[in-house]
Design a protein around this ligand. Structure first.
Ligand code: NAD
Ligand code: ZN
Length: 360
């Protein structure tokens, strides 16, 4: 029997104002490679107060990335890597400041700085050949768990799949809940629900064990405080809780896996460009037969925060679109295995998945 021997984040700081520790944390790393740092920042922060607090030295590169146009792509990472190497050579490290998109951009770029060729050739498990440069993540929106996962999800010409290996995991994460206060309400909800759905899928799957259960149970309890219980809603205390829930939801998946909702979500993202967390919410509401209690509770949270999710989307989708999305989803065997066990093919077919999409 092989058990997972997973790689955790090397170091984690949690606390309000901990962003201020960034300068001291990266100082010793500056002696590596060409002695400069790259800061990759969500373009939302351009001109905002936070940028003034970034401890960039004159030799550092500060790059703003627009994450609204699309989710991170292989082409984008290749271009970023080429720009960095052409301008200044191999950096000491990369700091990513932003949401799941920027976390993945920072992780993928750190790897691609030392691995030749296009990132498309490394989409998959353990295909990366060499460790990347030091990378540090500072999440500014909570829910995806990208701050602790061993994958950097990229959309390529053929597949939406992560660069997944031990070296993908951040060397350091700074969790400062002050940074998520400005997240717009709909993103706060959709991205927060990614954690909730990670935990429901982790708990209700065949790979769940005491380790993943412990994290998922605690993350679910924090999610209920943030989105469901009497004190739910936007507050400093709930931002603290959501940031920890995101991390714990992610850690739950290090032993367990996501399931049916995420498989559908990947099809929606790859074929129709739906954003990951929004796509999850769109799909999850219709999976009451697979995750009965989870979906019921999810609907209460949707109602409580007056979130409007679209209905009757499938009426607009051709058979061709449905087939393409079903093919993307079918090709995620680890998710179906998690949901239905080793014999998942007895239940899951393209037809079954197309029928799930038709509910949306
Ligand atoms: P995001 O990074 O795509 O950002 C969502 C929006 O929130 C953007 O408009 C961004 O500018 C804005 N934003 C971020 N922080 C803000 C702040 N503090 N104030 C105001 N606006 C802010 O959001 P996300 O949902 O965290 O990430 C989604 C991405 O994460 C997808 O690309 C998905 O594939 C990826 N993902 C990765 C993993 C993993 O394990 N690597 C897991 C799940 C999802
Ligand atoms: Zn997710």
């Amino acid at each position: 029997m092989q058990h997972k021997n997973f790689k955790n984040i090397d170091k984690v700081v949690f606390g309000r104002g901990s962003f201020s520790m960034l300068s001291d944390i990266i100082a010793p790393v500056r002696k590596e490679n060409k002695n400069y740092f790259v800061f990759v920042i969500d373009a939302y922060f351009k001109g905002k107060e936070l940028v003034k607090r970034i401890p960039a030295l004159p030799e550092d590169l500060v790059l703003f990335e627009d994450v609204d146009a699309h989710e991170p792509t292989t082409q984008q990472i290749d271009a970023l890597r080429n720009t960095i190497l052409a301008q200044k050579g191999l950096p000491s490290g990369i700091v990513g400041i932003g949401g799941g998109s920027i976390m993945d951009i920072a992780k993928a770029t750190a790897l691609m700085l030392t691995n030749e060729g296009s990132s498309t050739q490394y989409q998959g498990l353990n295909l990366i050949k060499k460790p990347g440069v030091y990378h540090l993540g500072i999440p500014t929106i909570s829910g995806t768990g990208a701050e602790c996962s061993s994958t950097a999800v990229l959309t390529g010409p053929v597949k939406k799949l992560g660069l997944k290996c031990e070296w993908t995991v951040f060397n350091q994460v700074i969790l400062d809940p002050e940074l998520i206060a400005s997240v717009p309400n709909d993103w706060w909800f959709h991205t927060g629900m990614d954690t909730y759905i990670h935990c429901i899928e982790s708990e209700n799957g065949t790979l769940n064990n005491a380790f993943s259960h412990a994290y998922a149970e605690q993350a679910l309890s924090l999610c209920r405080d943030v989105f469901l219980n009497e004190q739910s809603g936007r507050s400093a205390q709930n931002d603290d809780k959501l940031m920890v829930a995101s991390l714990m939801g992610g850690l739950s998946l290090s032993y367990s896996e996501v399931g049916v909702c995420h498989a559908l979500s990947y099809g929606l993202s790859k074929i129709l460009d739906y954003r990951h967390c929004y796509a999850n919410c769109v799909a999850f509401q219709h999976l009451e037969d697979v995750y009965p209690q989870g979906v019921q509770e999810f609907k209460k949270m949707v109602a409580k925060h007056k979130i409007v999710l679209p209905q009757h989307l499938a009426e607009e989708w051709s058979e061709d679109i449905l087939t393409k999305m079903a093919e993307v989803a079918y090709n995620l065997p680890h998710m179906w295995h998690q949901a239905f066990g080793e014999a998942w093919k007895e239940k899951v077919s393209l037809l079954y998945i197309k029928d799930l999409y038709k509910r949306l």
